[in-house]
Design a binder for this molecule. Structure first.
Ligand code: NAD
Ligand code: DAU
Length: 340
């Protein structure tokens, strides 16, 4: 099988490419990525010479380029990870989120429709459901929860999901959609909470916690997400949505304190800063459907996954030090300048 993985130079896409190249030597994995600030070919070093792997630089929203690529490569499967993915950036620059997340997705869908495809899979997010109240631990997101987005990021992802489902109903395109909770693990860009806290704590720098640190996220180790997507693409029912999550809810403050304890760093590094506008309170996934229909079970809990993640950051300093010493410094100053 020939599989195009878009966004394979990013965090989850990169982990997914590693997983697929190693697990399916008989399949050809084509990694299509624009290499934005979040794309990093250093993430692909472990697989770059594998005979069943190829990298192509390109933009999923560039129609002429995408159609030419599909004509040449004739992929069997397309798995779309490519996205602008950071909520804070979507608050300062919503338009780039519409372009990549909505127009990029529709461009891929049109190419799939024109050239034919066995499966198109959309990697979506639990953020399309909006948020849950902090005082209702009995509530969870199911696949039937109405879309109710908060940020430009989540709105662009919800828009993309609706197009994917519309292409199934209107044109019969064989699609699936997955909506996962917060991921963490190796190769996570240090603008996101967990890698930001690990890298800054290791450098004894202040740790920005939004508001009171009470917001709750449901954390999933990245390879458990990769395995779920592989399962959905191979065994999931066409036209269906699958939620992915492992019941690992933590407040942000709990996450930060866990990391500080593991690194033997003082809690005095924590700095409570102005809250994110529109900040979602709680995410929590009900994964019953993927567990019962496809037999998926996560391998890691938050407690085991965070230890593995911290070890990876300790053993791979070069990977994240390259990032935080480059362009990223400017982003950090713009985003946090007045807050820290
Ligand atoms: P990321 O920001 O780390 O990586 C995104 C990748 O997409 C980068 O390599 C970037 O270069 C590439 N890209 C961006 N615009 C592109 C374009 N126009 N054409 C081609 N490539 C482009 O993101 P991530 O955290 O790995 O997330 C991957 C996907 O998973 C996204 O669709 C995101 O919405 C979804 N998701 C993420 C999480 C999470 O916790 N990180 C959870 C659930 C779902
Ligand atoms: O739920 C899935 C989503 O998880 C994905 O769709 C997104 O692509 C991904 O970025 C992530 O979104 P979040 O906004 O939840 O992740 P982030 O790491 O940015 O923030 C996690 C929590 O930590 C959130 O409540 C905001 C808070 N936070 C974040 C940063 C960067 C802080 O308190 N301080 C910070 O500096």
């Amino acid at each position: 099988m020939k599989i195009i993985v878009t966004g394979g130079a990013g965090f989850i896409g990169g982990n997914f490419v590693h997983y697929m190249v190693n697990k399916y030597p008989e399949d050809m994995i084509i990694n299509l990525d624009l290499l934005t600030y979040a794309g990093n070919l250093e993430t692909l070093k472990p697989v770059e010479n594998a005979p069943n792997y190829k990298f192509i630089k390109g933009d999923i929203a560039d129609r002429a380029f995408i159609f030419k690529l599909f004509e040449e490569e004739k992929p069997d499967v397309v798995i779309n990870f490519a996205a602008e993915s950071h909520v804070d950036r979507s608050i300062t620059d919503p338009e780039s989120f519409v372009r990549t997340n909505v127009m990029g997705t529709t461009t891929l869908l049109d190419a799939c429709r024109t050239y034919g495809i066995k499966r198109y899979h959309q990697v979506s997010t639990d953020e399309v459901y909006g948020d849950l109240p902090l005082d209702r631990p009995d509530l969870f997101f199911t696949e039937e929860t109405p879309l109710h987005t908060s940020s430009p990021y989540s709105s662009s992802k919800a828009g993309a999901d609706l197009f994917v489902l519309a292409y199934h109903r209107t044109y019969g395109l064989p699609v699936t959609v997955s909506r996962c909770s917060n991921n963490y693990g190796p190769y996570h860009f240090p603008e996101k909470l967990i890698p930001l806290i690990i890298s800054r704590a290791l450098n004894n720098e202040e740790l920005p916690v939004y508001g009171k640190g009470e917001n709750v996220r449901d954390w999933l180790y990245v390879t458990d997400h990769c395995k779920a997507i592989d399962l959905i693409v191979r065994k999931g029912k066409v036209g269906e949505i699958y939620n992915i999550g492992g019941h690992n809810e933590r407040t942000n403050l709990e996450v930060v304190k866990t990391i500080l304890k593991a690194l033997n760093k003082p809690e005095s590094l924590i700095k409570f800063v102005t809250d994110r506008p529109g900040h979602d309170r709680r995410y929590a996934i009900d994964p019953t459907k993927i567990e019962t229909e496809l037999g998926w079970k996560p391998e890691y809990t938050f407690d085991t996954g965070i230890v593995k993640t911290i070890d990876w950051y300790l053993n791979n300093k070069e990977w994240w030090e390259h990032i935080i010493s480059g362009e990223y410094t400017k982003y950090f100053e713009n985003m946090y300048g007045e807050r820290l």
